[in-house]
Write a protein that binds this ligand. Sequence first.
Ligand SMILES: [Zn+2]
Length: 181
Amino acid sequence: MIDEIMEFNRKFVESRGYEPYLTSKYPDKKLAVLTCMDTRLIELLPAALGIRNGDAKIIKNAGGVTNHPYGSVMRSLLVGILELGVEEIMVIGHTDCGVQGMDGKEMLKKLEERGVSREHMDIICHSGVDLEKWLGGFSSVETSVRETVKSLKEHPLMPKDIRISGFIMDSVTGKLTRAEE
Ligand SMILES: [Zn+2]
């Protein structure tokens, strides 16, 4: 697959396929979006929001969560705000998310089946990392979005003038509904 991608890339650049995407690093809509890495949202999410190349900072991970108050998501949002002019943040969960109902215990079992030693997992757990919780999912996407919004609003490093709101996107139609707080 990588060879095919490399070949496509060569032709893309040669035929100047990049021209419609030319823009700057500053988000024109002064917007950051925190959302899920789900494959159905790759093109659907920007299309359904009317976001084009250059419009927004889009931060993605499994579930569209912050995961850790001083992890990469919060850091990325602060870079967007302080260096790139972001004024508004949308947290967007989506229907039928793979992270919903994910079981940390099951994930550790799968790791063991893939040859990762249980002993290593135990050592990590004994060093104070709750692996089951870390790999576990959320039970409700609405609750997860609301909690993420709350944690961002209450984060001690979040500037108070930043507007933060939560939404759920329909993974098929792209319809956006507010996750009421
Ligand atoms: Zn998802």
